[in-house]
Design a binder for this molecule. Structure first.
Ligand SMILES: Cc1ncc(COP(=O)(O)O)c(C=O)c1O
Length: 368
């Protein structure tokens, strides 16, 4: 297995902790351990009394029950806790794909979804969405790409980097197409519950189809990436067991303090989500005003979910522009070349400080 450089994460490794204002992050503003523990009366005591032995391989009963609260048809027994969604991408794709297998991956996408699938030796087709088509999902194209023995289809909704939800009829058709072939639907739902209008929320894929694997995380919608806690939910026991087998080679089991804290967060997620959604909506107004004011330079299909959006920015070399913006103005964007979309940049709207960041971006553009 050979993996290419993870361009998205290399960018953040270089800039995230040395740049003042985050204007591209895909996670929402976080909270402290103290704030999290204050959400339940006995949580602090329970954390202090927690013993730090190995934990149960699929995750504690407490955490899996809290996770199952996100689903209608999928119970705690169908959940496997993981060290964040990143471990899920790795475990699912390495467990289910290998030479001779065929997979389809929606693009542009979070880089590991494509890179890990390719690294297994599987034959990987990309289901491409294009800005010129308004990032539309072309179902005819998906049907052309699918083969009778396609093993896995990866989709992501709400979507990184466009910040858009898949239309419900598209998801239903994707499920149908997978079911006809017995393909696993690997649905990355790490931005679920951060629809700008909650009415847009789709059913989780694991509730719709037995052979769907829903991928979740506390990193994004709930703003807790430092817990490194994610999960897969899947009603097919053999698929789950394949993921557990892979997990035994990566982390074996989850971090005990993180399991406890993630369970507290998920049981109390309504308040956390509302706080984050309010912040995203406020920052989205700033983003809309920015796009309107700079109509000759920037345009986009506005996001309807998640804290991110993916405008086109006509400034020449967007990587060089983003580097200069970070170093000279202290504002971090993400250049679209990390998604093989070099004309775009990723905006992040889930953090405080966006007003100042947009003001510095405006001044930087004016001076350029
Ligand atoms: C679509 C998507 N999937 C998975 C991940 C990994 O998230 P984490 O490992 O922090 O849970 C990310 C992070 O940016 C993402 O955007």
């Amino acid at each position: 297995m050979r993996l290419p450089p993870f361009r998205i994460e290399r960018w953040y490794e270089r800039f995230e902790f040395t740049t003042e204002l985050m204007l591209s992050s895909s996670d929402c503003e976080t909270i402290s351990v103290g704030e999290l523990l204050a959400l339940e009366p006995d949580a602090g005591e329970r954390l202090l009394a927690l013993r730090l032995g190995y934990t149960e391989v699929p995750g504690s009963e407490e955490l899996r029950s809290a996770i199952a609260g996100l689903y209608d048809e999928t119970g705690p027994e169908a959940v496997v806790a993981l060290a964040a969604a990143e471990e899920g991408v790795f475990a699912v794709e390495t467990a289910l794909l290998g030479p001779g297998d065929h997979a389809v991956v929606e693009t542009p996408c979070y880089e590991s979804a494509l890179a890990v699938a390719r690294s297994t030796g599987a034959d990987v087709s990309t289901w491409e969405r294009r800005y010129e088509d308004g990032w539309r999902h072309d179902l005819d194209e998906l049907e052309r790409l699918l083969r009778p023995d396609t093993r896995l289809v990866y989709v992501n909704t709400p979507h990184n980097p466009t910040g858009q939800s898949m239309p419900r009829d598209v998801l239903e058709r994707v499920v149908e197409l997978c079911a006809e072939r017995g393909a696993v639907l690997f649905c990355d739902e790490v931005y679920r519950e951060l629809e700008h209008d909650p009415a847009l929320r789709l059913p989780a894929a694991c509730d719709l189809y037995e052979r769907a694997v829903s991928l979740g995380s506390v990193s994004k919608t709930y703003g807790l990436p430092g817990l490194r806690t994610g999960w897969i939910a899947c009603r097919d026991a053999a698929l789950r067991d394949a993921v557990v087998a892979a997990k035994l080679y990566t982390t074996i089991c989850s971090s005990a303090p993180s399991e406890l804290l993630a369970a507290v967060a998920l049981r109390n997620r309504a308040g956390i989500v509302e706080r984050n959604r309010t912040l995203v909506l406020r920052n989205l107004e700033l983003a809309d005003a920015f796009v309107e004011r700079h109509a000759g330079v920037v345009d986009w299909v506005p996001p309807d979910a998640s804290p991110i959006g993916f405008p086109r920015l006509r400034v020449g070399d967007t990587r060089a522009f983003c580097e200069r913006l970070a170093l000279e103005a202290g504002v971090l964007l993400l250049p679209g070349d990390v998604y093989d979309e070099p004309g775009h940049v990723r905006l992040g709207l889930g953090r405080v400080g966006a007003a100042e960041a947009f003001e510095r971006l405006r001044a930087f553009l004016a001076a350029a």
